[in-house]
Structures are given as structure tokens and as C-alpha cells.
Design a protein around this ligand. Structure first.
Ligand code: IVH
Length: 698
């Protein structure tokens, strides 16, 4: 840094051309900032600003230097590559400089670049046959992998050296580390003598996530993205550490092949030698380049690794030579960048909200920041464990990521930017909505409010679930009305629904006399829903439609279910320990028991699978198992045959009379076939029903 200061002072003292003092100061500040960011990015693998923020500083400095040529300097970050070499590794000069790429961010940038390429090649036409004949240039387009550049030198077919890009002129000797990568061949076919292969070292996204989780569990550094993790892993002093990191290599350039004439041809040759390459695509002219850009952008979320753009290269190697380079950038290539998906912003607070099943979810409140066209002000933090593991504190600068349609996430905090005012986060000790105790089920990370039906936040969600079509089917009880009922203090538990009358409802916003009367009628009508539906409607954690039916079969009244022990419940086929725990915990909560008593008093069906199971119907005596993928959700089929008097089995047993097997049915189908039980597909099932006079809906 000291050397840098002196250089800048000299520049300032010698500045001619009347450069205003504030421009000099700004240029100085930008250079210092970029210099520091380069060190953090390239050497420490811990940047403190996002790539987009870096690009903005860079472009600003570039613009000032263009406007005030007197301040331009050869050692400005706009003209140099990478970071100064301050390294524990041996540094080795590159045989030819490792350049950077000019960036384009919009279509105009691409068109301007293409125009310049065409103009330069046309100018050269007089002296050579290489220029485009029909006005467009053949390009090669490929992914711009977000990793770090390395150069591999092969002599007599053997890998002798591997260097990082360093400052572009010299790199760090990381040969031993590079040898640990599966993708880096040690030997090439014997006829290959001298070859330099360049490419990108990176981590695949899923492998990065697994690696980061392990890091967090061990209390080791968590990386903000695969690029930083790859850079940190390659620059390990001990190759045994690098060996444990999931690093990969994709080749994107080669020098030393004598008999190839195009970039695409050169990379195909590398594939034959055992390299994985970026597999460039041919594009005839700028319009095709643009189409391919759109394709890559669309495919971006599905690729196994992060890409930050596409690289467009002039395909003919002779043309590349002719175009050459200016400063740090070749004229024959352009990095056509994608919108950044990560930003760095301030974590202002962590809010905790309560969902339907009472699970507490921490949400990050962020200083709003645009990411890929959307202003992000909230992001998920998953759960308290994750916050602790990643050591995310309120007040931190954090890396926020928004990829595709995925909810924005806080990835990591930038610990280097802490000033001591940050606060660690603690989950509340009681439910922030209702004050009830919280519980943490063994083996689960989620913390849950035990307030059940009396917790206000859960109540809105639960009320809505209670009235939903597959539960109590109360027409008109949508989410907004549920919130309004709770806000007006009209409903504190689901049991209160049955005490409402139309006059209570009329004062509510957008509630006329008619809709009030309709709602009351719908609530009244729901009193006769069968007992298994009521069990499902209660929203007991872990208890969905199928479990509700199993419970109703085994415990034919609410009273018997309330009295059931964990062992009783686990004794039922299809009920696991987690479900059993959830039911016991729900029933043990006094608020919940109170609500159940009131529902019974309101005349709801609190007994009898009788209604559901021994319905007199054409399928009485049958026990049907559904398996595999069917054309509609399985519960719909189950409900259908139940309503016709059949029992539904979860597994194939001696009692099973029919198995309906959808696509990809596996062990149940085999078991039934082995036992000689009739197995039918969906069409066969319809025939079977008709044969029994069961006119089921299709
Ligand atoms: S070609 C002289 N092709 O991007 C041109 N670079 O911003 C050399 N990169 O240093 C680069 N994917 O680390 C090229 N398909 C690709 C690339 C690629 C990623 C990186 C590389 C380079 C940086 C320039």
C-alpha cells in the first residue's frame, strides 16, 4: 500500500493539463479502493464488495481516465490484471501474458464490439485472406465460468507446471495443488510435445454447498460463493488440503497446437486429450451471438456451476492473431456479462414470524438492494441453527443471493467489514405472537410454538386451513377473511366460528348482508363433515389427510384419540414416531383440549370412522391399496373408494383385495403379484368399479 501512495502522490504532483484537484482525489480514492478489492478477491478469496459494485468502481475509474488522459497510468488497476504478487508460493513468469477480458453488459456493448472487430478485420483484408467475406464474423460462444484462471504447461506430454494468473505477467506455482484435481491430466498422448492449456478452476454448486456445510459445522470459514471457495482451496500451502476440496477444471484456451485453425477445433482437440472444455458453440454473426446469450441466460439456473456471463471469441485463430490485444484485453474476445445474482448489503434486523404449524422462521430485514432487476428487502435465513452456524449477526454486511425464482437468501456475512457494533441473534424464548412455550423436537432444527390453536399468528393460517376445501370445506372462508375475523377479535379459536352470527360479520369490510348470511350457512353446513375430515382440519403438525384417516380408523372418537399414548399411536401401521409425538403434544396442550371440547359441543362429528369406513356401499368388504403415480392425487382415489364402502390400506396385507398400481409402482405391486392379489392399472380400476356397479366419478 505504501508504494501505491507514493505513486499516486507523484502522479498528483506532476499532473498537467489542469486536472481539477477533486478529480485527482477521486481517481486516487478509486485506485486505492480497487487495489484493496483486488487483493481481497484474488489473494484472500474474501471480497468485501459484490462483483457488480466492483465493476461500477472500475467503470467509473475508466471513465475518469478517459476524460482526463493526464491522470492515466500504466499501473492503474484499469490497465493491470489480477492482484500484485504477495505470495508464499514461488512466482514464475508466464510464457505469454494471461490477459483479462473486456466486459459488455448490454446488447449495445456487444454490437459496438462486433462492429470494431469487423472494421479491423476489413482493414486487414488488403493484406490477408482472413477477413469476413459476407460481412459477418464467425464467432465461438461459451460459458464464462466463475472460478479462477490457471495455466498448465506440458512438456514431452507431461504436466510440468501449473500457475495461477497472478498479475498476468507472473503467476504462483501451484503445480502440486493442481495435480490433485481429477480433471487435470498428468500425461497427454506421447506425440504431444509442448503445450499450454488455460482454463478455469471452479467448484460445482452442489459440491460447494456440501463443502460449505462441513466448513460451518467445523466452525471453519464459510465462503460466500463457489468462486471464493475454489480460490481459497487452490491457494492452500498443503496439497493434502486441496485434495479434499471438490475442485474441477474446464479448459478454454490452448497454445502450441500446430494443426488447428479455429478456437472450436482447438478445444475439440483438448477433449481428445482428456480435458473437459467449455465446448464453444459456433455463431454466425452478432445476431446468433445474441440468441445464444439468451439461451445461456435461460439455462443458467440449471447448470451445475455458476457462470457470470458468456465469452464471445473470434473463431479463426489467424483472425485472433491479427486483432491482437490492447493493454490488458484481447480485441478478439468479449465477456458478455449476465446480471449479478449476488449483492452485498446491510442486515438491519432479524424478524421472527410464526407459520401455520407454529414453526418460527427468522427473516432477514435488509437495506433494500437491487439484484438482477428486483429490489430485495427481505431474505430467508431458514432457522436459528443456520444463523449460528454461519455466524450471521444483526448489523453485518451480508452477501444476499437471488437466483431465478428462488426466494432471496442470506449466504454469508462479510466478517471483514464488522466494526464491533454487530449483535448476535437469539431466537425468542417464547412465541413472539402468543407468548406460549416453544419446543424443539428431537432431531429437528425447527422451533415451534406450543400455543396451537390459541396462537394468533397460527390462528389465521389455521383458520384458513380449517375451512379449506379438503378440510371442513367452508365456502367463502378465504385467507383475507380469516385475517379480518382474527383482527376484529371475532375469532380466537376455530371453535369460535360456530358461535358467529350474521350480525357479527356485517361490520367487516366488504361484507354485505348476503355474503354474511352465506358464510354463516357454510359454517353451519360444515358441522356434518365426517370425523376424519375434522381431524385433518385441526392442522395437527405431521397429520395430513391420510394420517387423519388412519387415526380415525384406529381411534373412533376424539375422546379415544385424546387418551391415546405415544405407544398406542406408534402401534398403528403407517404412524411413525414423529407423528405420534406430534399428536400427543397437541392433545396435551390445554388450549387445544378446550377447543376440541367446544367443537364437540357445537355439534361437529367427533366420532366414528363408522361414517367413513362402514358406509354401506357397493365396495363393502374390499380393502384397496393405491400405489405408484396416478392421474390424480392419491387421497382423491382413497376418498372415492371410501365413499363407496371400501377400506383403504396403506400396505399390502392378507386383507388386501385389490391393488391399483400407477406408474413407477414398485414393491407393493411385486408383493401383491407374489401373493396372487389382483393388480390393476387405472383403466383396469375403472372397469373393476363398473363391474361392481360402483358408478364412480372419473
Ligand atoms: S478467455 C485472453 N474464456 O474470465 C482471454 N476466460 O475476465 C483469456 N474466464 O481470466 C480468457 N471463462 O479467468 C476465457 N470461457 C472462458 C472463460 C474465461 C472464465 C475467466 C478467466 C479470465 C477472466 C477474464
Amino acid at each position: 500500500m505504501r508504494a501505491m501512495t507514493e505513486q499516486v502522490e507523484t502522479a498528483a504532483a506532476g499532473a498537467s493539463g489542469g486536472v481539477p484537484a477533486e478529480v485527482l482525489r477521486e481517481v486516487d480514492a478509486l485506485r486505492r479502493a480497487l487495489h484493496e478489492h483486488n487483493i481481497r478477491y484474488y489473494l484472500l478469496a474474501s471480497p468485501t464488495v459484490s462483483d457488480a459494485q466492483y465493476d461500477r468502481l472500475f467503470q467509473h475509474l475508466q471513465a475518469l481516465e478517459a476524460e482526463w488522459p493526464a491522470v492515466a497510468r500504466d499501473d492503474s488497476p484499469t490497465r493491470t490484471v489480477g492482484a500484485p504478487l504477495q505470495t508464499d508460493f514461488r512466482t514464475v513468469p508466464h510464457e505469454r501474458p494471461m490477459l483479462s477480458l473486456a466486459n459488455g453488459f448490454k446488447e449495445e456493448d456487444l454490437r459496438a464490439w462486433d462492429e470494431r472487430v469487423r472494421k479491423l478485420l476489413a482493414k486487414a483484408e488488403a493484406s490477408g485472406p482472413q477477413a469476413p467475406q459476407d460481412g459477418h464474423v464467425v464467432y465461438a460462444t461459451e460459458v464464462k465460468v466463475d472460478g479462477l484462471a490457471v495455466s498448465l504447461i506440458y512438456e514431452d506430454g507431461h504436466l510440468v507446471r501449473g500457475l495461477t494468473r497472478g498479475d498476468g505477467l507472473s503467476g504462483e506455482d501451484v503445480t502440486l495443488n493442481l495435480r490433485t484435481l481429477q480433471d487435470v491430466p498428468w500425461d497427454l498422448p506421447p506425440y504431444v510435445d509442448r503445450l499450454e492449456v488455460r482454463g478455469e478452476v471452479y467448484m460445482a454448486r452442489d459440491e460447494f454447498e456440501a463443502f460449505n456445510r462441513t466448513q460451518a459445522e467445523r466452525g471453519d470459514k464459510v465462503f460466500a460463493n463457489p468462486r471464493n471457495a475454489a480460490a481459497g482451496s487452490l491457494r492452500q500451502m498443503d496439497p493434502r488440503v486441496t485434495r479434499t476440496r471438490p475442485l474441477r477444471f474446464l479448459a478454454y484456451a490452448v497454445a502450441g497446437l500446430r494443426d488447428v485453425t479455429s478456437h472450436i477445433g482447438a478445444l475439440e482437440r483438448l477433449e481428445q486429450y482428456g480435458f473437459r472444455t467449455t465446448q464453444p458453440m459456433r455463431a454466425d454473426g452478432v445476431a446468433q451471438v445474441h440468441d445464444q446469450y439468451a439461451d445461456w441466460l435461460a439455462r443458467r439456473p440449471d447448470l451445475p456451476y455458476d457462470i457470470d456471463g458468456m465469452v464471445v471469441k473470434v473463431n479463426a485463430l489467424a483472425d485472433q492473431d491479427m486483432l491482437g490485444a490492447v493493454g490488458r484485453e484481447p480485441r478478439w474476445a468479449l465477456a458478455y456479462k449476465f446480471p449479478a445474482i449476488q449483492e452485498i448489503t446491510r442486515l438491519l434486523d432479524i424478524e421472527v414470524s410464526v407459520g401455520r404449524t407454529g414453526v418460527l422462521t427468522p427473516t432477514a430485514v435488509l437495506e433494500p438492494v437491487p439484484i438482477a432487476g428486483v429490489v430485495v428487502s427481505h431474505a430467508t435465513l431458514h432457522n436459528a441453527d443456520e444463523i449460528a452456524r454461519k455466524d450471521i449477526r444483526i448489523g453485518d454486511w451480508v452477501v444476499v443471493q437471488r437466483a431465478g425464482d428462488v426466494i432471496p437468501q442470506v449466504v454469508a456475512s462479510v466478517t471483514e467489514r464488522r466494526d464491533g457494533t454487530e449483535r448476535t441473534f437469539a431466537m425468542p424464548e417464547a412465541c413472539p405472537e402468543c407468548g406460549s412455550l416453544l419446543e424443539r423436537l428431537p432431531g429437528q432444527v425447527a422451533v415451534r410454538c406450543t400455543g396451537g390453536l390459541s396462537c394468533r399468528a397460527q390462528l389465521v393460517h389455521r383458520l384458513w386451513h380449517f375451512g379449506s376445501r379438503r378440510a371442513m370445506d367452508i365456502e367463502g372462508l378465504g385467507d383475507k377473511l380469516c385475517a379480518a375475523l382474527v383482527d376484529a377479535g371475532l375469532v380466537r379459536t376455530v371453535a369460535d366460528l360456530y358461535g358467529l352470527d350474521a350480525r357479527d360479520l356485517e361490520p367487516l369490510e366488504r361484507m354485505g348482508a348476503k355474503s354474511a348470511a352465506n358464510l354463516i350457512a357454510a359454517i353451519d353446513g360444515s358441522r356434518s363433515r365426517p370425523y376424519p375430515r375434522l381431524l385433518h382440519a385441526l392442522g395437527i403438525p405431521e397429520v395430513g389427510e391420510i394420517t387423519a384417516n388412519l387415526l380415525a380408523d384406529a381411534f373412533p372418537s376424539l375422546e379415544t384419540l385424546e387418551a391415546a399414548s405415544r405407544e398406542d399411536l406408534e402401534g398403528i401401521h403407517g404412524i411413525g414416531p414423529e407423528m405420534a409425538n406430534a399428536v400427543v403434544a397437541f392433545m396435551a396442550e390445554p388450549h387445544n383440549r378446550d377447543v376440541l371440547a367446544r367443537l364437540a359441543a357445537a355439534g361437529l362429528q367427533v366420532t366414528g370412522p363408522v361414517a367413513a369406513v362402514t358406509i354401506a356401499g357397493p365396495l363393502e368388504g374390499e380393502e384397496i391399496v393405491f400405489t405408484g403415480t396416478l392421474s390424480r392425487p392419491r387421497p382423491e382415489f382413497q376418498e372415492e373408494v371410501r365413499s363407496l364402502g371400501a377400506r383403504v390400506g396403506e400396505s399390502v396385507t392378507k386383507r388386501t383385495t385389490l391393488v391399483v398400481a400407477g406408474e413407477a409402482a414398485g414393491s407393493k405391486r411385486r408383493k401383491a403379484e407374489a401373493a396372487g392379489i389382483t393388480v390393476v392399472d387405472e383403466a383396469g380400476f375403472r372397469t373393476w368399479l363398473r363391474a361392481r356397479g360402483a358408478s364412480a366419478s372419473e
